[in-house]
Design a protein around this ligand. Structure first.
Ligand code: FAD
Length: 299
């Protein structure tokens, strides 16, 4: 149990926090503790005083499946103090806790083009940088100038995209390091044109993906050959259910919690699909959704 009583730390600490309320899939157990740093200085103090062996950073929880046994150790929730926004004519500096849609909206109003794709990704800037999120031909790594990151000892570093070793849905930030903020390149453009592009992306999303459901987005990353949804479709997993877990009829790479699915139902169904695809075609699907924690709680 971490107590902040005598520590020079102003952020909030909570114990036994149900993570199901903080992730899009709405499943899973508790975080044994959660720290809400007020800002980077606060986070640094915390890491120096309470070194973490196994850090879990939570953004908007749109890409995480928390297992039923919950997460031992401390989850760090990137909140208010990490929602800064500063713009010039050529770039923006944004905090890791800002929602992607908010950043896209602000840029649109300021006539800054290049980050329109963020409008349909339901995560935070930190989560997008960690996952190298992308859609409609654009992604986080493409427009990144540099990122401010904190190492597990509370020290801040500025890293260039090439130092982050970005790949498709992958980022080389070492485990335990945390994105604090980032600078992205923008191009001046007409706000109306930017708004139109964003509206088209929204429309496309509504046509092709399930909306207003408990999901983690794409379950698997696309393999080198074909799309994950095509392999899942061929293996018969479109609309396939296990308990209250289901692969979407509309976009069969989207795993959905129909109501009160357990994390185990969701993960088991996805693992069955992965095995079926491999058995049928020899293609190995890689999880895109990040899985946290243990299958059952420690006793
Ligand atoms: C409906 C839906 C649609 C989606 N569409 C897309 C899409 O089009 N393209 C796409 O790429 N993804 C998509 N996703 C997946 C997801 O939204 C993205 O991966 C998003 O960038 C995750 O951001 P987050 O803040 O929710 O991260 P979380 O889910 O909270 O975390 C994801 C990972 O990032 C790490 N992380 C979060 N913040 C930080 C930080 N500050 N520093 C270090 N690590 C951090 C976490 O530890 C975790 O490993 C979709 C998801 C949903 C539910």
């Amino acid at each position: 149990m971490i107590s902040l009583k005598n520590a020079a730390i102003s952020g909030r600490i909570e114990h036994h926090v149900p993570l199901s309320k903080m992730t899009w899939l709405r499943v899973g157990g508790e975080a044994s503790c959660m720290f809400h740093p007020n800002d980077a200085q606060d986070l640094s103090e915390f890491l120096q005083q309470f070194p973490q062996k196994n850090t879990h950073i939570l953004g908007a929880g749109s890409n995480i499946l928390v297992r039923d046994g919950g997460v031992a150790g401390c989850v760090i929730k990137m909140g208010k103090g990490f929602r800064t926004f500063h713009a010039t004519d050529t770039h923006i500096d944004v905090g890791a806790g800002l929602l992607d849609r908010y950043v896209a909206d602000r840029c649109q109003k300021l006539g800054l083009s290049g980050l329109e794709f963020m409008t349909t990704i339901p995560g935070t800037i930190g989560g997008g940088l960690a996952m190298n999120a992308s859609c409609y031909g654009a992604g986080f790594a493409d427009r990144l100038v540099h990122a401010n990151v904190m190492d597990p000892f509370g020290k801040i570093h500025i890293l260039l995209p090439q130092e982050l070793n970005y790949g498709y849905r992958s980022c080389g930030l070492p485990s335990g390091w945390i994105f604090l903020s980032a600078r992205f390149l923008c191009t001046p453009s007409e706000p109306d044109g930017i708004a139109l592009t964003m509206a088209e992306m929204d429309l496309q999303r509504k046509k092709t993906q399930p909306i207003m459901v408990k999901t983690g987005g794409s379950t698997f990353a696309n393999p080198q050959k074909g799309s994950a949804w095509e392999w899942l479709d061929q293996a018969g997993f479109r609309g396939k259910k296990l308990g209250q877990a289901m692969f979407s009829e509309k976009h069969c790479n989207f795993l959905i919690n129909l109501g009160d699915a357990s994390a185990k139902d969701l993960e088991t169904l996805a693992e069955q699909a992965k095995k079926a695809v491999f058995d049928q075609s020899g293609v190995t699907l890689r999880w895109e959704i990040v899985r946290w924690g243990a299958h059952s709680a420690a006793v």
